[in-house]
Design a protein around this ligand. Structure first.
Ligand code: AMP
Length: 218
């Protein structure tokens, strides 16, 4: 299977599709948001600083994020395909990622752009709840993505949580920042002939099938 680099606005479904690919296709899921939230949970000084930035919907600076990703890429198991969820988010990060992949001879990659309207993304953000242990994402506004028992993770049986940045006000900043910073990356990968665009409103099953078709090695 090819490595998958997701480019998408908040709540387009990267996390949900990643769960399917991890469970069924042996993918490793690298979510920069999850890594940052782990640091915040640890209560460290760094975590406190990150919390301020994230809860305002702003982006963490490129230097820090590139460093974080460099460490992660260098420690990957070579026989496992991976999913990058949340990185790159700026053109600078995309260019640096290219260098890291070349240096580590990781060439079997696709870039998947999930397109979604602002209205639909906002609806999803407002209904999203997450398991603090396994990080599985649910949505109380979507029949297919609700937990089996109200507010409990199907797998871990512990209480689900709302993300502190999943509210209407912060979402607006996050979507705006996505439009400003992340959409230039789409052109960058399009020019390289790597971009695959998927309609994030076509349903989870259809999206997963389309992505799998592209991710399978020829
Ligand atoms: P996510 O879970 O991907 O929605 O990320 C949550 C938040 O973490 C974002 O709104 C940013 O504040 C921060 N973040 C995650 N990944 C990055 C990145 N690659 N560059 C800058 N900030 C990031």
């Amino acid at each position: 299977m090819r490595n998958i680099i997701f480019i998408a606005p908040p709540a387009a479904g990267k996390g949900t599709i990643s769960d399917v690919l991890v469970k069924n296709y042996n993918y490793e899921h690298i979510s920069t948001g999850d890594l940052l939230r782990e640091e915040i949970k640890s209560g460290s000084d760094l975590g406190k600083e990150l919390d301020k930035i994230i809860s305002q919907g702003k982006l963490v600076n490129d230097e820090f994020m590139i460093n974080l990703m460099e460490n992660k890429i260098n420690s990957l198991e070579s026989n496992k395909p991976f999913i990058l969820d949340g990185f790159p988010r700026t053109l600078e990060q995309a260019k640096k990622l290219d260098e890291m992949l070349v240096t580590n001879k990781i060439t079997n990659n696709i870039v998947v752009y999930l397109s979604i309207s602002l209205e639909e993304a906002l609806k999803r953000v407002m209904g999203r709840v997450i398991c603090p242990k396994c990080k599985r994402s649910y949505n109380i506004n979507n029949e297919g993505l609700k937990p089996k028992v109200d507010n409990l993770c199907d797998d871990c049986k512990i209480e689900l949580e709302h993300r502190s940045d999943d509210n209407a006000e912060t979402f607006k900043t996050r979507f705006q920042s996505y439009q400003e910073n992340t959409s230039p990356i789409i052109n960058y990968y399009e020019d390289k002939g790597l971009l695959i665009t998927i309609d994030a409103m076509s349903g989870l099953d259809n999206m997963t099938i389309s992505i799998l078709n592209e991710a399978k090695n020829d």
